[in-house]
Design a protein around this ligand. Structure first.
Ligand SMILES: [Zn+2]
Length: 324
């Protein structure tokens, strides 16, 4: 008999798992802990149970996505160029593309300007209200849209898969939507990265309970295998994510309030925390160490990348030829 709320592994369907780690939601003042388990069959690490996640609205408050316009406009442009470079470095330089979890469509705009025919999907209505280029951004779940078979040359999922209740179904759908020689580009946090292993429950990218699946390159490959994709390339360096992941994780490890700087940079405001002393310590640490920690964060990102242990990994995969 299955325990209520116990989730079976989406890769191998086993419900047999062991405790891996527990942590709190850094966006919430609740003290409850969320548990990650490791599948006894394939090693996938995932949030279990996931019953509480039904109230998705509470987890994805509109400001979860807000990006700071003034502070990060230049950085954002740089990061979008990095993404474009990854897509175009995969051997496709034009055609049709779909960005799943496209937010306000910033990446689509860059690609469209580069000659791509673009479409985006994002179920958050709030974000679509902010979108200035709303043609071909679908405010719906991918599964509801029913794009035609083999519609796209490229499909991208930037930090999306780890959020989805049923990632294997989504991958199967992207397989259906991709042209025969189409390319899937996706990035996910790597729980086997150096920054993850060093930081434990203080890791910036843990993001409990929003990240349901904590992949490693091995388990991601297993899920791609299951959904008939062939792994073409895996990148362990991400300018967009990895230096910042180190930087924030180190501050977390020094005892700062969890992801305080990130919340401040992303949202421009942070809610009241615990004690005034803890808040004072966090601000002091961030102000004094913020700049000196930049260099180590970059160096560590290069080291983990050289060791194939990147904090965020980006995978390029192709449809496997149909069997039989
Ligand atoms: Zn499994």
């Amino acid at each position: 008999m299955k325990i209520a709320g116990n989730i079976a592994c989406p890769i191998c369907s086993l419900s047999d798992n062991e405790f891996f780690l527990s942590g709190r939601d850094y966006l919430s003042s609740y003290t409850r802990r969320f548990t990650l388990v490791k599948c006894a069959g394939c090693g996938l690490i995932y949030l279990n149970p996931q019953k509480e996640l039904e109230d998705a609205q509470a987890l994805y408050r509109p400001d979860y996505y807000r990006s700071v316009k003034k502070v990060s406009r230049i950085l954002e442009a740089l990061f979008l160029q990095e993404r474009k470079g990854i897509v175009e470095g995969s051997g496709k330089s034009s055609g049709t593309m779909l960005d799943i979890g496209c937010g306000t469509g910033e990446f689509l705009k860059i690609m469209k300007a580069g000659g791509w025919e673009t479409a985006g999907v994002d179920p958050s209505e709030e974000r679509n209200k902010r979108s200035t280029d709303d043609n071909k951004i679908y405010s719906a779940d991918l599964m509801e849209i029913k794009f035609g078979e083999q519609s796209f040359d490229v499909i991208t999922l930037w930090q999306v898969l780890e959020h989805l209740p049923d990632p294997d179904r989504y991958l199967a759908e992207t397989h259906r939507l991709l042209k025969k020689d189409g390319i899937l580009v996706l990035s996910v946090p790597n729980i086997n990265s150096l920054q993850a292993r060093l930081s434990g429950a203080r890791w910036f990218n843990l993001d409990l309970p929003r990240h349901r699946w904590q992949f490693t390159p091995e388990t991601l490959q297993k899920m791609l295998d299951k959904t008939a994709f062939r792994l073409k390339e895996i990148k362990h360096f991400s300018l967009e994510y990895n230096p910042f992941g180190w930087w924030q994780s180190i501050l977390n490890l020094l005892g700062c309030e969890m992801n305080f700087a990130y919340k401040f940079l992303k949202r421009g405001v942070v809610q009241k925390g615990g004690s005034p002393a803890a808040r004072f310590y966090t601000i002091l640490c961030t102000v004094l160490l913020g700049v000196p920690l930049l260099l180590p964060a970059f160096v560590l990102s290069f080291i983990e990348s050289a060791l194939s242990r990147g904090g965020i990994v980006t995978v390029i995969a192709q449809r496997r030829p149909e069997e039989g």
